[in-house]
Design a protein. Structure first.
Length: 93
């Protein structure tokens, strides 16, 4: 019985460690959004090619989607905290 508890603690600790490492290295969610209506758009509407003016969308970071509209995030990636437990607010990348 004691051995089972020890391995359970070790496995649980490994899971927490893995989740922490993953959260620290991850970027916030990125969605293509109409900047006026905040309606989600297909990704091709937000092509990263800055020289093209044919795209009507902008990337929106973090937040949530309800009724095909985003809220609670930002168009500025740096304004969204993507850090998890034990992470500093400054993301990598």
């Amino acid at each position: 019985m004691r051995r089972l508890r020890s391995s359970t603690v070790v496995l649980g600790g490994m899971g927490v460690l893995a989740a922490t490492i993953t959260a620290c290295g991850s970027d916030p969610d990125k969605r293509c959004v109409d900047p006026v209506t905040r309606e989600t758009l297909p990704s091709y509407e937000c092509d990263d090619d800055k020289g093209s003016s044919s795209h009507r969308g902008s990337y929106y970071y973090g937040g949530s989607i309800s009724d095909n509209r985003v809220s609670g995030g930002s168009f500025d990636k740096k304004a969204v905290d993507s850090g998890g437990f034990g992470c500093s607010g400054s993301g990598g990348g």
